[in-house]
Structures are given as structure tokens and as C-alpha cells.
Design a protein. Structure first.
Length: 486
């Protein structure tokens, strides 16, 4: 079996997480209670929102976190300066008995979120919460990035289904699986990735390659043969030689299928001027009575090309998108961070912790952070980040750092985004089906203002900091620039 599959993933971390853990253990405050948050600093792809994904994958990693003997033997082999063991034997014995026992609260997957908001909160022993950082960022950052890209593509496609088939261009095996999973959360209707279909229950779709056509003497023979092989899933790729001639041959195959009581599901265009070719193809299909045969388009599509093709009136009904989604074309990584926000002192009192930086965007907010979302009949209107330890009793008031305006009182229907997932390291409920996360994403995108959906100029969703939380933050770190735009 290819590594790392089939083995422990406890060492899926940066070395400094383990050196810090050793230090906490040696200093005697490994079990001091702490609170960390994961958030991201700026909305990806120059847009106005993100879609949370990977949270279930991340909490499964936490729940299963164990150090096996082969993990400990490897750590035992590491050396510091002078050839001395990097880790003390006592610390490795501590890791042998390690069991993750923190509380985890997270926004449900598929939730539309914005820069600066916590996606996940971990509360528990400092050493344990620290060890969660690297893997959680690895898992959640990537899947949130991919889900956001998929959502942008699906918004551009409107009601047309988008098929994700980026496995061959994805970042390795796990990158391909995670991308397919996240793309489904973001709104894609299906994937070409069969293993992702098996593991995550995602619908799978596929056609044939150019090599199928090249394997036959003629394109017509290839099309008729594929119709015999896949009579209930017949989508013909028509651009191996000449696209319009390929469409005509596909039409001939479709007519033969219809005579036998079967149906040509679609043709696929994979090169050329897709607007012009799809228009000509639609005319040929309709003239032959194949009005219910769809046109699938592919070829390096993204949200911008799809929007342009739809604006040009291209009669394309299904969009195949690979590299753009699976490789997150346009942004290589989500600016996700994981920061300590609270730590109990020796007497058991909470102390707020805040990173102070010359770059305002890198400053971190102290407290037991939660996000309250406000909505009305027209949809989602605003979010408010607040400290659960100082939750307002009645009036919700805050400032929007990006707007530069005064204090605002928020009213209307409201609810908290972060929900309990693990308590003492144990799950509170059976994980929901991935389709539920996908539906949540679609529903919440529909509730956003149109300019935020489309990331139009000036489209920005208001995220407020609760007034008392802002005062506490400034008490700890001093007044700062409020340019934490989302």
C-alpha cells in the first residue's frame, strides 16, 4: 500500500508542535486549560465569502489521534545538537498514553463564512490543543479553499450542473480525494473520482477519452461501440478530429440509439470556441429530434469563462471543470491561522491572549469567540463576533472594522454558528451526510446579497466585532488600525 495510507497519522504535524508539547510537559502546565481558534485572514480568490469544509475530516483526525509504537520509535531516533536525543524518554511515555480529550465547536460544513471569523474552536489541555494545529489547518484550509472555488464556479453556472473531474491535476492522492469531497460541498453535482464516490457517497459521472476514438478505425465506429458498451450512460466526446463532423456522427449514433429505444445522454465539447460550437451543435441535435441530448462543455473552464459563455448565450447544459477546482486556480492556499485566545493562569482564572503585530491583519482576537448571524426575510444580513464569556444580555452592538463607521445595533432573527462537535474528545452525534452540507451551502449562498454572491465591486459582507470584545482586545494589545477587511 502506498504511504501514508494504512498507517498512523499522529505525526502529520510540524516538528515544532512536538517540541512545544515537550516543553509544556516539562514545565508542568501541559494540562492547563486553553482555547484556540482557527480562522482565515482574507476571503479567497478576491471574493467576498468562503465556504467552510473539511471540519468533519479534521475532527475525525482529532478523535482518532494516537501515537503508536512505530511513531514513538521514530521520535526516539531524532537527535538534537551533539547527537543527544531530541525528546526525553518520559515525554515519549506520556505520548504513548495520549488521548485527545478537548471540546471542539465548529461551524457546520457548507456554512458560508467570512474573513476573521472562527471556523473552529478547541478548548482543553494546552498540550492537546496545541498538537491539533498543523493537521487541522492542513485539512480545513485546503477543503475550505476548494469548496469556495467550487461554489464560485457553481454560482456562475446557475442552475446548470457542474461536474468535478480534477483528479489527474490534483495535488496527490489525498489532494484529489479531499478536493472531490470539498467540491461536492461547494455545490458540484458529481465527480469523476470513483474512490471519492465510494468513500463519501458522491455521485460519479464520466464519458470516454480521445484514446477511445483513436482506438477504432473511424469515429463513427467508436461512437457506435461506446453506445453498445454504455447504453444507459452514453456521452460522446466529439472533438477528436473535427468537432462539427464529430457532432454529425454523434447524431447518427443518437438516431440509431433512439430506434432501439435508448437515449443519447449528451455530447461533450472539449476544445475550440465553445460558444460557437455549442450553438452549431444544438442546431444539429435539434434538427435530428435529439432535443433532450445535452451539451457538456469542458476545457480549462472556471467561473469567469463559464460566466462569459453564458453571457454569450452558449446552449451548454452541463459544465465539466477539472483543474480550476481541484487545484484552486487563482489562489494557492487559504490564509488560515490557528491562534491561542485564552489560557487559565496558575489560580485558574482565564487570561485573554492576543498576538500583537506590526501588520494589523496578523493580530489575533482574545476570548471564547463565537459568531452570531443575523438575518431577515430577505436573507443573511450581518455577522457579529463576540466573546461567550462576556455575552451581551439583550442588545447586540458592534463595530465593523472595515467600514470605519460607528457602533451599530444588530437586530432581527439570530443564531450562533459554532456548534458543539466533540466533548472530551468524543463525538456528540453521528456525522451528517455530505449532501446535507452541500444543501446548506446552496441555501446560504442564495441568502447572500447579490453583490456578495458575485463578488461585484463593492460587494462586502458586514462582519462586526462586539463592542465589549473590541474594548478587551484593545486593552490587551493597545488601539490598532482597524483594517481587517473581509
Amino acid at each position: 500500500m502506498l504511504p501514508p495510507y494504512g498507517q498512523s497519522l499522529a505525526l502529520l504535524t510540524d516538528l515544532y508542535q512536538l517540541t512545544m508539547a515537550c516543553g509544556y510537559w516539562k514545565e508542568g502546565f501541559a494540562d492547563r486549560e486553553a482555547v484556540f481558534h482557527q480562522a482565515f485572514r482574507s476571503n479567497p480568490f478576491g471574493g467576498s465569502f468562503a465556504v467552510a469544509a473539511g471540519l468533519d475530516s479534521g475532527t475525525r483526525w482529532l478523535r482518532d489521534l494516537r501515537f503508536r509504537e512505530d511513531d514513538l520509535n521514530y521520535l526516539r531516533s531524532l537527535q538534537g545538537q551533539g547527537g543527544q536525543p531530541l525528546f526525553e524518554a518520559g515525554f515519549l511515555d506520556y505520548l504513548r498514553d495520549f488521548r485527545f480529550a478537548c471540546d471542539v465547536d465548529a461551524v457546520p460544513e457548507g456554512t458560508v463564512v467570512f474573513a476573521g471569523e472562527p471556523l473552529l474552536r478547541i478548548r482543553g489541555p494546552l498540550l492537546q490543543a496545541q498538537l491539533a494545529e498543523t493537521a487541522i489547518l492542513n485539512i480545513v484550509n485546503f477543503q475550505t479553499l476548494i469548496a469556495t472555488k467550487a461554489a464560485r464556479v457553481c454560482l456562475a453556472a446557475g442552475e446548470d450542473p457542474v461536474l468535478e473531474f480534477g483528479l489527474r491535476r490534483a495535488q496527490g492522492i489525498d489532494g484529489g480525494l479531499s478536493a472531490s469531497r470539498a467540491a461536492y460541498v461547494g455545490g458540484c453535482a458529481a465527480t469523476s473520482n470513483v474512490l471519492a464516490g465510494k468513500l463519501y457517497g458522491i455521485p460519479v459521472r464520466g464519458t470516454h477519452a480521445h484514446s477511445w476514438v483513436l482506438a477504432f478505425e473511424t469515429e463513427a465506429e467508436a461512437f457506435d461501440a461506446f453506445a453498445r458498451a454504455m447504453p444507459h450512460n452514453c456521452v460522446l466526446l466529439v472533438d477528436t478530429y473535427n468537432t462539427i463532423e464529430g457532432v454529425r456522427r454523434a447524431v447518427d449514433t443518437g438516431i440509431k440509439m433512439r430506434a432501439g429505444g435508448l437515449h443519447l445522454a449528451a455530447i461533450r465539447l472539449d476544445s475550440g470556441d465553445l460558444a460557437q460550437l455549442s450553438t452549431e451543435a444544438r442546431k444539429l441535435l435539434d434538427a435530428a429530434g435529439l432535443r433532450d441530448t445535452e451539451i457538456v462543455a469542458s476545457n480549462d473552464l472556471d467561473e469567469h469563462r463559464i460566466a462569459d459563455l453564458k453571457a454569450r448565450g452558449a446552449p451548454i447544459g452541463i459544465w465539466g471543470v477539472g483543474t480550476s477546482i481541484a487545484a484552486a486556480v487563482g489562489q494557492s492556499a487559504l490564509a488560515g491561522v490557528y491562534k491561542l485566545a485564552l489560557l487559565r493562569d496558575a489560580s485558574g482564572r482565564w487570561e485573554g491572549k492576543s498576538k500583537v503585530s506590526d501588520s494589523p491583519a496578523k493580530a489575533s482576537i482574545p476570548g471564547m469567540l463565537q459568531v452570531r448571524r443575523f438575518a431577515d426575510k430577505s436573507g443573511i444580513r450581518a455577522d457579529l463576533i463576540y466573546d461567550e464569556l462576556r455575552a451581551p444580555e439583550d442588545r447586540w452592538r458592534g463595530l465593523d472594522p472595515s467600514a470605519g463607521t460607528g457602533e451599530t445595533e444588530l437586530t432581527g432573527a439570530n443564531s450562533d454558528l459554532l456548534q458543539p462537535v466533540l466533548r472530551g474528545g468524543r463525538p456528540l452525534a453521528t456525522p451528517e451526510k455530505l449532501a446535507a452540507a452541500r444543501e446548506r451551502c446552496r441555501s446560504q449562498l442564495d441568502q447572500l446579497p447579490v453583490d456578495v454572491q458575485r463578488s461585484a465591486a463593492g460587494g462586502r459582507f458586514p462582519v462586526f466585532l462586539e463592542t465589549e470584545l473590541l474594548k478587551e482586545w484593545e486593552r490587551l494589545a493597545g488601539p490598532r488600525q482597524r483594517g481587517r477587511g473581509n
